[in-house]
Design a protein around this ligand. Sequence first.
Ligand SMILES: [Zn+2]
Length: 487
Amino acid sequence: MQSLESVKKLFQIETFRSYQEDIILRILSHKHCFVIMPTGMGKSLCYQIPALLFEGVTIVISPLIALMYDQVNALQKITDQVTFINSSLSKEERSYRLDGMKQGRYKILYITPERFRSSLFLNTIRNIKVDLLAIDEAHCISQWGHDFRPDYSRIAEIRDILGSPTTLALTATATKQVQADILQELRFNEEEMKLFHSGIARSNLYLHVEKNVDEPMKWKSILDLISAKLITRNENKSSTLVYFNLIDKLEKFSDFLSTNKISHSVYHGRLNAKDRNRIQNNFLENKTQILLATNAFGMGVDKPDIRNIIHAELAISIESYYQEIGRAGRDGLDSSCYLFYVESDLAVLMDFIDWQNPSASFIKKVYDLFRQEGEKLASLDYKELQAKVVFKNRGDHRLQTVLNLFERYAVTSGDVESYNLKLVGGLPDELSAETKLEEKKQNSLKRLYEMLMYTKSTNCRRDFLYKYFGENPTSCDNCDYCLSLKS
Ligand SMILES: [Zn+2]
């Protein structure tokens, strides 16, 4: 059995940061914790260290395969007792790792919540001693979180199956409403699951918002900013990330930068995985200074020295915005976050929210079509399906949302791209309840409205963010408003 000191050495830690030590000690005494800590502050150590000290296994539930892959890769440099099981592995590999679990080869297992749908997995895990359950990106548990993840709402039930182990919920941000919801869903009260909130303070980030009259003006402003940063301040070694909502806009802006002879790269979901990897690595290794990206970029990326984050369009919510600017200045050095927007950004985001929140009647329409097509369903491609349910707007992505929902709720198996899509289940209540779906959409619209209010605020930016996340404001001195008071 290892000691806390020897495990600290393995991780090359001299002193713990923030609440890390309190959390680790509480977990080692088998008490539950709820941790809200900005990304890059060492959240994962809070379960990785106890995991190596516990006799039994630690199960880490993580929503994204890419995230889990990065974490396991990093951990494998420290211990070989870590692994993951997910749908990206072959059946043989999965059962090899499950056998390893039985034989006690692993201390830490990363999985997505969907894994608990597999009865083979359930039966194996039932017979294993689980000491700790860590739930990463715990905001997914809340119905007010970012996304529909039905399997996250089963976590209390999953916890029972695991024999009610010590539980740790972790997230970078959660409003008071989301915090309360997470506790309720996990069936804990505030005393049982102690909250460790290390604040959302990132005093090294300069916050700036600029409204432009139209798009050409906006692009000119961004170009001026990038040129000034690159040339006058001689920041040519620093990294700048420019976020866009739409790939089409991103590509047009890329042409605009090229015309102005600014060297840069682009990253978005239409590139193939190989190109995306290459582009991401070039940025991580400072071979690319400026990267234009959609929010597909950044999950699991931990680059300490991103000096500038530029939002070329309004973000969809304060949560997304905060998460994205949180990628700047993780080394603690001064970094800047600029948000540029024009009124028309709002319309684009309202369309986004429409696409992400199809009505019950639209969902029913897709379901009925799938049933009607029967075996022929597998032979249709996305465009053909799209033409059958959406008549006017080819940019309408509601069908994609419904396909994702059907997969998550196990209504379908297979996928359109592999020509093996198949209807396997009925329509669940959650996808048929119009008022519930409408409520969720209204909540998304409300969050977008808050984002708009942030841009319009005539007060300290940091103050606004603190209030939004239900925290007590501290001094700022590092936003456009506060600096304007000084000059
Ligand atoms: Zn301020």
